[in-house]
Design a protein around this ligand. Sequence first.
Ligand code: GLC
Length: 755
Amino acid sequence: MSWRIFTLEKYGDNILRIWKKGKNKTYAIVADKSTILRPKKTNNINIYELGRIRISIDEQQKIMLEYEEEKFLDGHVSDGELGFVWFFTYPRSASIYGLGEKGGRLNRVGRKYLLVNREQGIFFSNPDVDPLHANVPFFIINKDNKKFLGVFINNSWHAKVDFSRRGKGVLMFTGGFFDVFFIIGNNIREIIESYTHITGRPPLPPIWAFGYQQSHWGYSSKEKIMRIAKKFRDMGIPCDIIYLDIDYMHRAKIFTWNTDAFPKPREMIDVLHKMGFKIVVIVDPFIKVDERYQLYKYSKWKNYLVRNKRGKIILVKGWPGKSAIPDLLNPDVAKWWGMLYYLFHKKYGVDGFWNDMNEPSEIVSVYTRDTKFRPGLFFDGKRYHQFKEIGNIFGLLENKAVHETFRRRNRRVFILSRSGFAGVQRYAVLWTGDIWSSWIHLAKSIIMLLSMGISGLPFVGADIGGFAPKYFRVDKELFVRWIQLGTFYPIMRNHYTKWKPSQEPWSFDKKTLRISKNFIRLRYRLIPYLYSLAYMSYKKGYPIMRPLFFDFPEDNVSYSIETEFMFGPWLLIAPILRKKQRKRKVYLPRGKWFDFWDPTKTFKNGIVEYYCGIERIPIFIRDGAIIPTQKPLDYIGKEKIDTINIDIYIDSAKESSWIIYEDDGETYDYERGKYNLWVIQMKNMSNKTRVSVINKHKKYDGHLTKINIRILTMKKIRNIIINNTVSDYKYEDNIVSIDNISLRTNNNIMLKFSI
Ligand code: GLC
């Protein structure tokens, strides 16, 4: 007898896809190399094996997954009229991470969630409110920090996830097929790498995306923008991006300008460019219903707007009032949509786009939690689809359309998007929407961003200082703490709502300004490190801001830490999250740690109590760290950087390595090999230390010609030799610096010394 309900495919050695009836088209998947697995059959049970896992499926759709001979997932799938429900058990002691942008706890066990992209408006006063704008149907089950299983449901239909009962999971999808990937890995890092193999890794954003970004709903005229821009430069506060919110448009009509407030926008932008700013403009997916408005007339005539069953255009309340929504599922519409952005960029010189409200969200949802798109039908060129299927990928489709238009022209476009789904990392960076100015939101921004990182979205940020509520002045202490934390957000943007007192770094007092400026400058010093981390995100999908257990998988305590995080492999950030707090307890995982503010101090692993005052937050550097830094500039690219410092911290670490990465920062030529990569390696054996800088790839005619190596250690350093000759060095405050080592004359550098 032969039966087959499910088809199993393997993607490499550790990824298995199971689908029933068909595969869902979600635009999330990029991996295509798979092979069908044939089952062994015994007693009406089909058994599939892949490495350490074994899956048995019977005719009642009972699916059991064994992981190294231990039952790991056991459940069944039952089909509804539409969609399906999947009940399963998993090890009771397990914790679960992922699901995209969500507050709550990092461990998702103990709650129910919706996978429905939604704006929460005033309900976001509770940072744990669910759902938010960017849901990802992917989670990782962690049993005892030893066995890890990634589960990705390739289905964009609105869904419910119930993890409220320990050891039991229920997933309810309102439509589509059962189409699930199982990913096996030895730790979270491997799972994320495989998950992003399936759903894609982010391309590098333009390098200036990593600078400081200033935004406000209320920069409503050319004068205001110019005043802000000038202030940054006059005060020497580094800044790369200024945003234009809906204020720049004529009556909120997208792709128009309010030329009363912004006369000659091209000229204004040219001046801002000369001052070193990049301009990012907001675009909402609302097309104003107005017969005199070209965009509306054209899109209606072309049948590009979302309609209901009876063929009537669905009307929503957008910023411009009565509006229609572009049907971005339709490939013709997507092409046209992308082109609108490109032409706007060409005509006015804007450098990037801020795709907001793309859940899509109506203005009314702010008060009612409701969305009216339900009767809307989306057309993929062949068939109609319901909103329940498309809502979660609407933002993804929008970002994809824009990204691809620019990519065809070899220009990295910066897109900041509010909504997203699995795979959106290929097109846009995300932020957490209208977060509130409160201490609790400050703390919860960490959970949201860590969770997004685990869910394949490395380039993320939250509004520094908090966006909402109206009329509320963020207190200066909270602002300082937010700038300090935000320095280590992958995307560092200060944004706040209209009707709120100003929130730029100079809006408080001198002290706040000084501290903010110091931190923003620190951010700019770290740009080479940040860019090398971005390169790792592009290569492997690794998050930049990540939980301690990403870097210390064998450390059991690290799995329970939610108020600290790693910024790449070398920096541990322990922000201050409470008012009047001047010190905090910090958990340090295995190994020795240096105090970032005073590297003559080292700490052993365990819990330390750290006093930091208001000027600082606790930051620790891992023993063995190799951190590329540069001098801070007013904006990235102000000068061609020819020298990079490589700061190496050595206590008892035996070996470590890191990279320096360089490319043009604005095209996709790096994907065709035009980049430079050096690998720095430190080996420390029986008091003899070697540091090598090896040129692994040199195909880009870049600017980097010199490095300064700085060794920070408490131990005495002797006999420094570079490439076999005794070298000059400086010794000051326990730092040995060897400056101006040429990367031109030395293809590879070998530094040796005794400790
Ligand atoms: C939404 C965005 C917010 C923006 C506002 C006006 O609330 O999340 O960032 O300022 O719309 O465009």
